[in-house]
Structures are given as C-alpha cells and as structure tokens.
Ligand binder design. Structure first.
Ligand SMILES: *Cc1c(COP(=O)(O)O)cnc(C)c1O
Length: 374
C-alpha cells in the first residue's frame, strides 16, 4: 500500500537530538530553539519568531495577544482545520464563517466585507494547500476597519505572495501575526511543533511573556530586569530543545525537500491534465498571485459519488487517497452557533475534494498509473 503520508527524515535528526541531550540543556529556549528562530526571522523577514509546541498553540497565543473577549467576532473560512476556530472560541469569540472561493478553498475575499460588523476584531485567512490568499485585499480591508489579520499559515511554510506592486512577500510575514505547523504531515516536521511569527512589533514583548507561563523570564535572562515573576496570563507554549533539535535537521534540508516536493507536484499536474479533462475533474490551481510550496496535490471531482468511487478504486489498487475537512459550520460542535448562512463552495470542497499522496519518498509514477486507470 502506498500511504497517504510518510514523514521524511533527513538523517541528522538524532544527531542533533543527541547533541542537545549531551549539552544538558533540554528544556525550551536553548541553542536549537535560537537557531531555528533566527533562521525563520532572517529567511522570511518576521520581526520575531517563537517556536511553539504546535500550530494550534501558536493560534491560541494569537487569540490571547489579540485580546479576543466574549462577544468579539472573528472571521475564518469554514473549510479549515478545527484549530483555526478553536483558538478563538476558547477566548469566547463568535466565529463568523467565510465561504470558500469557487475555484479554491481559500476564503472568498470578494464577499468578506459583507461579514464585517462593529464587533469584528480579526480576520484569519488560511492558505489552504499552501496557496496564498489575496493578502493585498485582506490587508486593505483590515486597515479600513481597523482589524487584526492572523494568518493560519500551517501549510504555507516557504511560500510567497506576489503583491500588486510586484513585491514578493513570504506567507506569514504579511498579517500582524501568523502561525505555522511542523506536524508530521507538513513540509518540514518536528513530530508535533509550530511557530508564532510576529510582524507587528507591538506584540513582541507580551508574546515572550505569554510564551513562558506569564513570566518575564526572557527579560531576566537578557539581564534587563533583576528578578522575574508572574506578570501576565500565559501558558507553557514553548517546545523542548529535543523538538527544536529535530526541526533544525529539517531546516538544514529545506531547499532539497521543497525542490523534491515541487518535482512530484509538477509530475502529477503534467500527467493528469488530460485525464482530468476527460473525467470532468479539476486539478488544484495555484492563483497567479501565489508561488507554490507543493504542500498538497488535490483534485476536485464532479460529484460526491465520483469521489467515493475514485477513493475506492485507488484503495483497491493499493493507493491511500483521502478527502479533507468537513465544513466547520456544519460540525456537531458549532452547527447550532452558526448563523445559518449557506456556504456552498465550502460544502462543495467538503464533498468533492480528494488529496493524493505527496511526500519526499513517494513513487509518484505508480500513483499516476492507478489514477489513469479510473
Ligand atoms: C495542520 C493544521 C493546523 C494544526 O497544526 P498543529 O501543528 O497540528 O496544531 C491548523 N490549521 C491548518 C490549516 C492546518 O493544516
């Protein structure tokens, strides 16, 4: 069976973990944490990067930093992972779900302004499959209504948005805050792990405190205060050095990993184009204002029945292909709290989107062979 995902190991992970263990510093915010954070800040232009134990945790930090309170409204796409919503729901926010675009699962920016009320505090765009949302338009709306933009960039590491003026900006460097994931299903991994990117300097000081259980420990270790204590809310959001050491081995191989994934993605695309047209199936399309980080390769079937048949066919031929999110507005937890608007594009992706395996060691020709037989 060809699995849907297989975590790729570069070979140096256990070497760096052993080094971290031998130096005797295995709790958080040590040498490897610094190496990783410095890398992300320099490469992508974040004002500050903080490693977290997951993207979910990074989003929770965003919700705290944004001061989200009972009754505040936060706009997120319905076609996303629960974490995008739950971080804000835990702070008491009401989620206002945005529908997807017709051509891809990202939030339909043309319909966004109609969702903004006097209670809206933040917009949370999700760069689905790593494909950029239209950040020019989202940032302009946020400025007009004085809202925060928090990018759920869980799938978007090492990808770029091309602005109207031609400027190329790293995803996660555009919103006020952004969250990335290093879960084993993402492009670079740490088992479980994440990153908070801060682009608005106002948030840096408080983020460091929230990160370390509401204490000003970071300032103390920099010698800026002579004792540290409890100064704010927070939690234990920082990962151990063991996680950071693992991630460092992945970062060292980032370019090779991305190149390999892109080759696989392009092979899928080139070899499935004619087949897809003959079946009335659509292949993933990358927006003209987005680069491609090859996080995912998906197809959109013409119906739920066709998708079910394709999944069954691939399974029988030894290929594990899977569908993805079930629209959050119809989830058992949030269905009753949703305002009842129909979100037809989100539901279409719920019913018709199918993801094909995509990982470093994938034998893509074998999958393509089986797909073409359908
Ligand atoms: C993977 C993912 C998350 C959650 O990431 P974790 O690191 O597992 O918490 C959140 N949002 C999106 C869009 C994701 O794909």
């Amino acid at each position: 069976m060809i699995p849907f995902n297989k975590p790729y190991l570069t070979g140096k992970e256990t070497f760096y973990i052993e080094d971290a263990v031998k130096t005797g510093k295995i709790s958080g915010n040590g040498k490897y944490t610094q190496l990783c954070q410095d890398f992300f800040e320099k490469k992508y232009g974040f004002k500050k990067a903080l490693l977290t134990t997951s993207c979910t945790d990074a989003l929770e930090m965003c919700a705290i930093l944004a001061n989200i309170k009972e009754g505040d409204e936060v706009i997120i796409p319905s076609f996303t992972f629960v974490s995008t919503a739950i971080a804000f729901v835990r702070q008491g926010a009401k989620i206002v779900f945005a529908d997807s675009c017709e051509s891809n699962p990202n939030m339909d920016v043309a319909k966004l302004e109609a969702l903004i009320t006097s209670k809206t505090r933040a917009i949370v765009p999700v760069h689905y499959a790593g494909v950029a949302c239209d950040m020019d338009k989202i940032m302009a709306l946020a400025e007009k209504y004085n809202l925060l933009v928090i990018e759920d960039a869980a799938q978007a590491i090492d990808n770029y948005f091309i602005s109207k003026n031609g400027e190329k900006k790293a995803l996660g460097s555009i919103g006020h805050l952004a969250a990335f994931s290093f879960h084993e299903t993402k492009n670079i991994i740490a088992g479980e792990g994440g990153l908070l990117a801060i682009n608005d300097e106002r948030f840096i000081h408080r983020a460091e405190i929230i990160w370390e259980k509401g204490t000003n420990r970071a300032e103390f270790f920099r010698g800026e205060v002579n004792k540290y204590g409890w100064v704010d809310t927070g939690s234990s959001f920082l990962p151990s050095e063991i996680i950071a050491a693992f991630l460092w081995a992945q970062i060292e191989n980032l370019d090779a990993i991305q190149q390999k994934r892109l080759n696989l993605w392009n092979t899928y695309y080139d070899q499935l184009v004619n087949w897809s047209k003959s079946k009335n199936i659509k292949l993933i399309e990358v927006e003209p204002f987005s680069c491609n980080n090859a996080h995912m390769f998906y197809v959109v079937c013409e119906s739920l029945e066709q998708r079910t048949a394709l999944i069954k066919h691939l399974n029988q031929e030894g290929v594990h292909a899977v569908f993805h999110y079930i629209s959050l507005h119809s989830s058992p937890y949030y269905n009753e709290k949703h305002d009842g608007r129909e979100l037809v594009n989100s539901d279409a992706f719920t019913n018709r989107l199918l993801r094909l395996p995509l990982f470093y060691e994938l034998e893509v020709e074998k999958v393509i062979q089986e797909v073409l037989k359908f």
